[in-house]
Ligand binder design. Sequence first.
Ligand code: KG4
Ligand code: ZN
Length: 348
Amino acid sequence: MIVLGIETSCDETAAAIVRDGREILSNVIHSQVKTHTPYGGVVPEIASREHLLKIRPIVDRAFSDAGMTLNEVDVIAATAGPGLIGSLLVGLTYAKALSFSAKKPLVSVNHIEGHIYSICFDHQHVEFPALALVVSGGHTNLFWVESQSGDFQNLTYRLVGKTRDDAAGEAYDKVAKLLGLPYPGGPVIDRLARLGDRKAVEFSKAKISDRALDFSFSGIKTAVLRMVKAENLEPRNEEETRRDAHRLDILAGFQEGVVNMLWSTTEKAAAELHPRSLILSGGVAANSRLKEVLAERCVAAGLSFYCPRPIFTTDNAAMIAAAGTAKFMRGEIADMSADADPNMRLAG
Ligand code: KG4
Ligand code: ZN
């Protein structure tokens, strides 16, 4: 089965062609990062306009890279939410138009479910039940994932934990901005934090007082803000920051705090629910320290650990095609009334 995936939920215009939910025939991503960097974050109106300009060439490129035409595709899968409404509408409407004109079935995919499927290209066999930690610029969610068939065909999800305030990626982006570093903050802080001392500046972990398996990142962000004000830290670019040991220590301490917060809730959930594995995905899953710490702690806790390659941690359409393939196989087909939902949930 050949599935065309389309993803435009935020600031990547992406299209991919995937065979049988696993084999990537093409995977094209146009990132709008350069467009949004001068504004310090994604500007929704500009994002929709750029998706409009790029959607057709990107989908065409996915066909030419795969050496295929629309006629050879069996299903069209597009992200319907969550995300920016104007951005979502571009990809979903384009998918609907292709589906209508070529008489191909349409599947609407939840972006978060796509992120969970992003591990299936490198990990053919995943041990379920699993905990899935989906960490991105817009979300920080912990799901309990079961598989009815033992593979990726019939996954069911239960939301067991979420952020009470900022998403993990959002905290990276805001802290970067506070110190004068460019958007997106995650990759640049990841690079710089490696040069600092993780223990020199310690940020205390947010306390989640009740038994909930939640996360919180606004406290650590505010702690950095207070430090910036108290020490009169002026904005510095990446090169200048590299030469400033104290700033590197702040970044290393911040990153360590975020990683510890993510692990401590995950560990609590694992102790309660006894999963066989942990899946880490979403934009922040590219973080080198997070991967290192989670891989280590999972070994110690007797859990298998799965994380996608960087090309699949960032928003992409291959993961949407993979999730769409499973949905199609389950008979969950959309029609022309399919609508974008900026607040779409994966599970209650
Ligand atoms: O999944 P994604 O591409 O878009 C959303 O669905 O939000 O995630 C983007 C987020 C941004 O906040 C970015 O700063 C963060 O992922 N990110 C990282 C790294 N690479 C991207 N955060 C920490 N370390 C990284 N290496
Ligand atoms: Zn995403």
